[in-house]
Structure formats: structure tokens, C-alpha cells
Design a protein around this ligand. Structure first.
Ligand code: FNR
Length: 346
């Protein structure tokens, strides 16, 4: 899988910088949301189930390894390991942006390896929103994908020195409806507002990954790759995953849209909180990347299997049998989050 070009080098830089800025104890908006435990749950762990389906396939829990990488030799090897974990845990996985295979077909193997390792699991292809329908078909085929993530990453692009400068994306997103796999419109860590969700709905999108702030920060990462004209002042921009989920709530009621939440998930309690706010599936990127860079595949699987057990225990403590019942749990917000909600509802 030897593949080293300037484009491929960027993939290595993203990986290294995501790890460089990783901070396991970084506070984020999940800390502003408090769920209320039950003292008499009248449940045992045997009553609880995480098993569910996605795009008509069974999975062990509504969580997934979110898009990160592929394109270089090093990132191909990481994809191979992530695919092994996804297969063994029976959870979905997304590959990173596959645009590189359009200009550098030799890099294809760094993505297709994921399907080789995990022949029957759920895999999401990934592409930037500006690419045409033929390109989208190609990246779906490369991993025999069950769905295509289309990333909307304006803030990342504007800070990326070699990033896009033209953002006429809507028509292309409408075109993607001609594909024979579902489309998931996805942010990369800056979240989505009610207005964006409404626009996507009007474009025919039914699956949305809110990709909020609170974890991987692509302003920080791309700014570190700039030689000059610092743009770090944008690092605090974007909506957190928690705030994006609040923005999505008016749309959750009509059952028309399915929300995926990702961004800043550090441990099982964050997953439970995202399910509580209405996410059907919760994605994790850098926390799993960090585990994998410091442990073997088998050790990482042991840690994530313990997470699944902790998720079941947390559900018991909150008095619910499935993740889908979590919205019934009572909660309260810290002041800043409360004020956000009041302002946005008025
Ligand atoms: C990403 N992410 C990403 N997203 C995407 O749609 N296409 C991509 O190519 C990438 N590349 C990428 C590389 C690396 C190293 C990381 C850590 C992340 C974004 C990712 O899918 C997710 O939306 C954000 O990282 C937020 O989640 P975490 O990292 O806070 O869990």
C-alpha cells in the first residue's frame, strides 16, 4: 500500500495533528447537560439491549467509528485496523474522504482494504460536497459502501491553505439522490444550525450527521499547517454537538430525518447524552484514533467492549431498556446551555 504524494502527505498531517491536539479531559458542552439517575430503576442489566439496525443491517449498538482517514500508506494501515475493530465489534465505520482516489487511483487500496477486512459489515464512503455524481459513484464502489457520507466543511476549507474557495454545493447534493445508497450529509466538527438542517431537508436529505464542536477542531489542525496569516481566531467558532442536537429537535418530531451525532465524544456517558438528545447513532473519531495509536487492535477492542458493557449499565441506572428510550430521561442544563436554548427558541 505504498502511496506517498503531497495529497497523501496531508492525510498523514491531519492524523498527526489530531493526535497532537488530543486531550482526554478537554471540557465540552456534554458537561453542561446533566441526566437524572433513577434510585429505583427496577431493571437489571439483562433487561437492557443495545442491538439495533442501520440501513436494514443488524449492529451491536447504535455507535460508529466516524470518518478519518485513508490515502497514504500510513493511513491505509490505520484504516485496516479500524476495519478490524468495526468487524469484531459489529459496529459501522466510515472511511475518510476518498477524493484522493479520483486524482491518484493508486491510493484506492488504502480505502478498499476496509471492505476486504470487513466483508459483511456496514461501511460508509466519504466525499466532499463539491464533487460530481460520477465521483460519488466511484467512491461508493471503492468500499462497496452501505451509505455515502457527504461532508460539508466550510470552516475547515477556508482555513486550509489549499482548501476550496467556491461553495456552490446545493445542486450537487440534490444530484446525489440518484445514487443507489443513502446519503448522510455530515459536518466535520463545527455542527449544524436549524437553518442548515432545513436547507438539507429541502434538498431531499434524510440522514444528517451533525458533526459538532467539542472534540477534533479542524481550525486548530489546518491553522497549524499554515505558513502565515494565522486564523486561529476561528478556533472557538461552530456549534457544539449538544447545541446542534438542540437545533435538530424541531425536526426530530416529524420522523422525516434521522440524526447522527458526532464530535467530542470522550466516553460512554457522552454517548448516552447524545442518544438522550435524539441522536439515533453516535459517531466517534479521535477518541478511537487515540486508543489505537497507543494500543494494539486487540487491546482497543477490549476497551471498547468494556464501553459497551458500561453503556448497558448506564441505561439501567437511567431506568431505560434501550437507547431509543433515553429521551424520556429527565435532565437539566448549566446556565450557558440553558440561555442558548432560551435564545434559540424565542
Ligand atoms: C476527521 N474527520 C473527517 N470527516 C470527514 O467527513 N472526512 C474526512 O476525511 C475526515 N478526516 C478526519 C481526519 C482525522 C484525523 C480526524 C480526527 C477527523 C472528522 C470526523 O469524522 C468527525 O466529524 C470529527 O472529528 C468530530 O469527531 P471527534 O473527532 O471529536 O470524535
Amino acid at each position: 500500500m505504498a502511496h506517498e504524494t503531497k495529497h497523501a502527505h496531508r492525510k498523514d498531517e491531519h492524523l498527526a495533528l489530531a493526535e497532537h491536539f488530543y486531550n482526554a479531559v478537554q471540557r465540552n458542552d456534554f458537561d453542561q447537560l446533566h441526566l437524572i439517575f433513577r434510585n429505583l430503576p427496577e431493571l437489571g442489566v439483562q433487561d437492557v439491549s443495545l442491538e439495533t439496525t442501520i440501513f436494514d443491517q443488524k449492529i451491536a449498538a447504535p455507535i460508529y467509528i466516524n470518518a478519518m482517514t485513508g490515502g497514504s500508506s500510513r493511513t491505509g494501515a490505520i484504516n485496516e485496523k479500524l476495519a478490524q475493530i468495526a468487524a469484531d465489534l459489529r459496529i459501522p465505520m466510515a472511511v475518510g474522504s476518498e477524493s484522493i482516489i479520483l486524482s491518484e487511483p493508486e491510493s484506492l487500496e488504502t480505502f478498499s482494504v476496509v471492505r476486504k477486512v470487513n466483508p459483511t459489515g456496514v461501511i460508509f464512503a466519504n466525499i466532499g460536497a463539491g464533487k460530481d455524481l460520477a465521483a460519488a459513484k466511484q467512491v461508493v464502489a471503492a468500499v462497496a459502501a452501505n451509505a455515502l457520507q457527504v461532508h460539508l466543511n466550510v470552516l475547515q476549507e477556508i482555513v486550509m491553505p489549499e482548501g476550496d474557495r467556491d461553495f456552490h454545493w446545493a445542486e450537487m447534493i440534490r444530484e446525489y439522490q440518484h445514487l443507489d445508497v443513502p446519503i448522510i450529509a455530515k459536518e466535520v466538527g463545527f455542527g449544524m444550525s436549524e437553518m442548515t438542517i432545513s436547507q438539507l431537508e429541502q434538498l431531499g436529505i434524510r440522514y444528517i450527521d451533525l458533526g459538532g464542536a467539542g472534540g477534533t477542531n479542524f481550525v486548530q489542525i489546518e491553522n497549524a499547517r499554515r505558513q502565515n496569516h494565522d486564523m486561529a481566531y476561528l478556533a472557538e467558532q461552530g456549534l457544539s454537538t449538544v447545541k446542534s442536537l438542540l437545533e435538530s429537535q424541531p425536526f426530530q418530531r416529524d420522523q422525516h430525518l434521522t440524526f447522527f451525532a458526532s464530535g467530542g465524544v470522550r466516553q460512554p456517558l457522552d454517548i448516552v447524552k447524545a442518544w438522550h438528545l435524539g441522536a439515533k447513532y453516535v459517531g466517534i473519531s479521535r477518541t478511537i484514533l487515540h486508543l489505537l495509536l497507543h494500543h494494539t487492535v486487540s487491546e482497543t477492542e477490549t476497551i471498547l467492549t468494556a464501553w459497551l458493557e458500561q453503556l448497558r449499565l448506564l441505561l439501567v441506572a437511567f431506568g431505560v431498556r434501550t437507547p431509543a428510550e433515553l429521551p424520556q430521561v429527565e435532565h437539566y442544563f448549566d446556565q450557558e446551555l440553558y440561555l442558548f436554548q432560551q435564545q434559540r427558541q424565542s
